[in-house]
Design a binder for this molecule. Structure first.
Ligand SMILES: [Zn+2]
Length: 405
């Protein structure tokens, strides 16, 4: 059978995949939002690689607020049917290495050891680039064509919001309603989890203003910290009680409402703070309305204000409404489930997560998109690695998707 030949080819290409990964990671591409050099040099390497196998390669350069070019690469391998495309989207940028002393090896001179490649960006999102590239290469080297076009998309700026990356590409008339989109940028250790939905997310800053005074004379001031804490606990309790629906698509199945960061207030213990600042992180099931939650928070703030004589400001730091989930019945989900059953003999589960992903950009415009890869939980960590076995096995899944009728 023709697919067998391609799968075997992928296994033969294992050493090339490792070499490709090492070469790519040596070219640093830390996102400029974290004072990195950006993706340009890595993109030049990848553009050359794409030109070796693609029928068409286009480059879309965004220019960011620092004046840096932020390249986005789109390579197409023609399929038997050229009207549709299987898009596989990986990002070129990485987060910084973080505390260097926590690494056992230079994060930008990858080490291959015990079946793993260690280095910043080897998994996130180097694995996506390598697996998608070699899936396509193996099909061509087996003298075959995919059923539909394969679109290899390597973008910038994923780690800082995708403004100069995927979002920059969205209005370029590249992606069509009938296409399939896979984003290998998160996954679990056996590849059994397929992400098809996400929760809405909101970050909120709460500032409570009272009046600073000496701790021995509380009646001469207004303790903003006490009012702020009272408010935090009230909101916490209220939201958990009112917005308590469960949706088993998600893990965890309920909305989460967490108070997180707390800003420092006064420098000494004997001062009553006149200002109190803390933050909430909310991950909310798509069936709830974020504005209704904000209205509830305002009502509680009004009560606390009059009870304590403080002023409470509610400031939205960020707010993103969940895109409609990708239906389980959609072709991309069903094909991926079939691929994983046949190639790995596992029972995959499609579900939702609490964080936002770039898949939302497609779901918003009605293109079903899944986030999937096989990955250990080491993204953004010191000693980040990808498993060579996963490079090979994920490439096989992409080849399956491209070759399956
Ligand atoms: Zn990533």
């Amino acid at each position: 059978m023709s697919l067998e030949k391609v799968l075997k080819k992928i296994e033969e290409l294992q050493d090339d995949m490792v070499k490709f990964t090492v070469e790519m990671i040596k070219i640093k591409a830390v996102n400029p939002a974290f004072d990195g050099e950006g993706e340009e040099e890595r993109a030049e390497f990848l553009e050359k690689k794409l030109k070796e196998i693609c029928d068409e390669v286009k480059r879309y350069d965004a220019v960011d607020d620092k004046g840096l070019r932020r390249p986005n690469l789109v390579g197409i391998i023609y399929g038997e049917n050229r009207d549709r495309t299987l898009w596989i989207i990986g990002h070129m940028d990485t987060v910084p290495e973080g505390e260097l002393s926590l690494w056992e090896h230079d994060p930008y001179d990858p080490m291959v050891k015990e079946g793993k490649i260690y280095g910043r960006g080897t998994l996130d999102d180097g694995q996506a680039i390598v697996t998608s590239y070699f899936a396509a290469k193996a099909i061509l080297e087996s003298n075959m064509r995919p059923k539909m076009n394969i679109g290899l998309v390597y973008v910038s700026d994923e780690e800082a919001g995708s403004k100069y990356g995927l979002y920059y590409l969205m209005d370029k008339n590249i992606f069509k309603k009938n296409d399939l989109v896979v984003i290998p940028d998160a996954g679990n250790e056996d590849g059994s989890f397929i992400e098809i939905a996400e929760k809405s997310a909101m970050w909120i800053k709460i500032t409570t203003i009272g009046k600073q005074t000496h701790a021995s004379m509380p009646e001469t001031g207004i303790n903003a910290h006490r009012a702020g804490m009272k408010y935090a606990l009230w909101v916490d309790e209220f939201l958990h009680r009112k917005y308590d629906k469960k949706n088993e698509l998600f893990s965890p199945p309920e909305s989460t409402f967490e108070m997180t960061k707390k800003e420092a207030n006064v420098g000494n213990i004997n001062t009553i703070p006149g200002k109190d600042v803390f933050y909430f992180d909310f991950r909310v099931l798509p069936e709830y309305d974020l504005d209704e939650i904000l209205q509830d928070m305002r009502k509680i703030a009004d009560i606390v204000e009059s009870e304590f004589g403080v002023k409470i400001e509610i400031e939205i730091v960020s707010k993103s409404k969940a895109a409609p989930p990708t239906p389980i019945e959609s072709e991309v989900v069903q094909k991926l489930i079939r691929a994983l059953k046949e190639l790995r003999n596992i029972e995959p589960k499609a579900g939702g997560i609490g964080g936002g992903t770039v898949a939302a950009a497609f779901r918003e415009i009605g293109i079903p998109a899944v986030v999937w890869m096989t990955a250990d939980d080491v993204e953004h960590q010191p000693n980040e690695f990808c498993r060579i076995k996963n490079l090979v096995e994920d490439a096989k899944v992409f080849a399956y998707l491209a070759m399956a009728p």
